[in-house]
Design a protein around this ligand. Sequence first.
Ligand code: FAD
Length: 435
Amino acid sequence: MQNIIFWFRNDLRLHDNEAFVEASKAGNVIPVYVFDVRYFEKNFLGFKRTGAFRTKFLLEAVEDLRKNLQAKGSDLIVRVGRAEEIIAQIAEDLEATAVYASKEVTQDETTIEASLSKKLKPLNIEIELIWTATLFHARDLTFQINFLPSVFTDFRKKIELATKVRKTIDTPGQLNKVENIEAGNIPTFQVLGFDTEPVIDERTAFNYKGGETTGLARLQEYLWDKNLLKTYKETRNGMIGADYSSKLSPWLSFGCISPRKVYEEVKRYETEVVANESTYWLIFELIWRDFFYFTALKFGTRMFKASGIKNDLLRQWSRQRAVFDTWVKGETGIPFIDANMREIQLTGYMSNRGRQNVASYLAKELGIDWTWGAAYFESALIDYDVCINWGNWNYVAGVGNDPQANRTFIIEQQANLYDPEQAYVKLWLGENTHS
Ligand SMILES: Cc1cc2nc3c(=O)[nH]c(=O)nc-3n(C[C@H](O)[C@H](O)[C@H](O)COP(=O)(O)OP(=O)(O)OC[C@H]3O[C@@H](n4cnc5c(N)ncnc54)[C@H](O)[C@@H]3O)c2cc1C
């Protein structure tokens, strides 16, 4: 049987992974994960592109994937380097006939895909990139991507009316043995450029390990064991603890869990427990997630520029590093902002309410180049997702898809509304809430 390389990317799962299933049908599948060194370099502001919390989650996710593959008789080949070079070399060494992987949509990722494709061509090795990231399949959109509505509600209505969520794909059964290649060690923190592992702050709202196994367990816990889905709409703007929202984001971002799996479980819950506004709202949020993926597909590199997808070249942005640094460190003097910025720094997580506020404050109150904020989030967030992060920052900064681009959060009002007893601010700043 012919050798097929499967290159795992942000799809670190075996359930509902169409790309992997197709690869395993095509031949002797050899699963590979590459810790791409470019994602561990410093960005233009001096932040490591993948910070310590996300790195920890990723290492755990890769370890879990290897165990799950081993349980099926296969293995995961692990390497550190530049993905296209390593994948092409392995494919050549093992005389593979094709490389399969999940399709990505953004600049850096598609550049890597393109250079891999270029390397494989002279070797006569095929490359198959398969869509696995979203709830609604890209091929099921009823419009060409250029006609993607620019306002979320228009997109949601269109897609809900005309498109069905495809069924999840079964997890493959027993797999072939991986032979004639060193499996390779999962790198340490030091290899990836960190001095030490991050310390877990006991106040964290996200105290979970990475991987498909823990992701599926959290889904089970949130819906079934704790029965929290039925009140999601009421609790989702909370800020303290694990249970005000699903906390599925890091697993979704690395693809440890598929959005269709979440969807199917929500539908089952609606049949077996209750269907209400809350159950719908989790799906509604997953549609937001899709919206930003398709927005990234439509607008390409514009999403990463200060002028945004609106291409607003008139808007001026400040680039005062000292002012920006007070925001990063949580030293602006505004307790609600500072508490949130300390939470992200110490845990890698921040609530959606917090993110909306700190982003609005940076872009609209301080007038700082919002791409700096997005680049800091890229480094700091445990759940960083290129489309969702940059899409939301475009939106909040007023250069994206917000029909009310001048919308500004009045921070004091938000603090009174969402933290009336100052419990959140006290949690992160101590009793002295005037930071
Ligand atoms: C400036 C800014 C940057 C953000 N960056 C990211 C990011 O890098 N990665 C990320 O996953 N989310 C990001 N979000 C969206 C949102 O804040 C997080 O998805 C959410 O807080 C994660 O917690 P949860 O899984 O408990 O969310 P839940 O409330 O339980 O939502 C369930 C899922 O729906 C999706 N979702 C929820 N809110 C949004 C949203 N506003 N936009 C798109 N999808 C959403 C996520 O996949 C989430 O896991 C950002 C929001 C803002 C305002």
